[in-house]
Design a protein around this ligand. Structure first.
Ligand code: QAP
Ligand code: CO
Length: 176
């Protein structure tokens, strides 16, 4: 499978992703193909729509304290629903679809998430810390929401200016 990460301002990132109904080989192939892309691009989370697949799937791999990403810590969530949220936390977020930009974003501190695994088994998880933030960030992608949408309007304007400048520089480099 030849998947590529799509980047802001690609409009496909605004699509609302659709529920998975069939837990078949095609789903497994997509999930299997998403993992190496996330690792190769130094990501800790990736949603289907980021590789142009508008389905309610996301993967997460939170690094250990030494920064190492262990495959045994991989979460695959199909049709995730956040059922409970409490507290507040702030974290400097980034996104593979918004490269080279990082900003503090407020999220819920603790959440409960109900999801299915790749076989369709129902799971329940209470998450806090970075895992909780990552689930909320990736879940937003399923709704067509990006972390930059959660900035204050002045920070958002600052982002748009910096990002446009970066895209221009990228273009100049490509032409050279
Ligand atoms: C979402 O984000 C997230 O700009 C996952 O040049 C973010 O994996 C969850 C990345 C923060 C929790 C906290 C971004 C890699 C990776 C970049 C990512 C970049 C290279 C972002
Ligand atoms: Co993202």
């Amino acid at each position: 499978m030849n998947l590529k990460i799509i980047e802001y301002p690609d409009k496909r990132l605004r699509q609302k992703s659709l529920e998975i109904k069939k837990f078949n080989q095609e789903l497994h192939d997509v999930l299997d193909a998403m993992y190496p892309i996330m690792i190769d691009t130094n990501g800790i989370g990736l949603a289907g729509i980021q590789v142009a697949i508008p389905k309610r799937i996301l993967i997460l791999n939170i690094p250990e304290e030494d920064g190492e990403q262990l495959k045994e810590n991989l979460f695959e969530m199909v049709n995730p629903v956040i059922t409970n949220k409490k507290g507040q936390s702030s974290y400097q977020e980034g996104c593979l679809s918004v490269p080279s930009f990082y900003e503090d974003i407020n999220r819920f501190e603790t959440i409960c998430v109900n999801y299915q695994d790749r076989y369709g088994n129902t799971k329940n998880l209470e998450a806090d810390g970075l895992l909780s933030i990552a689930i909320q960030h990736e879940h937003d992608h399923l709704e067509g929401i990006l972390f930059i949408d959660r900035l204050t309007s002045s920070r958002r304007r600052k982002f748009e200016k910096e990002y446009k400048k970066m895209l221009k520089e990228k273009k100049t480099l490509k032409e050279a």
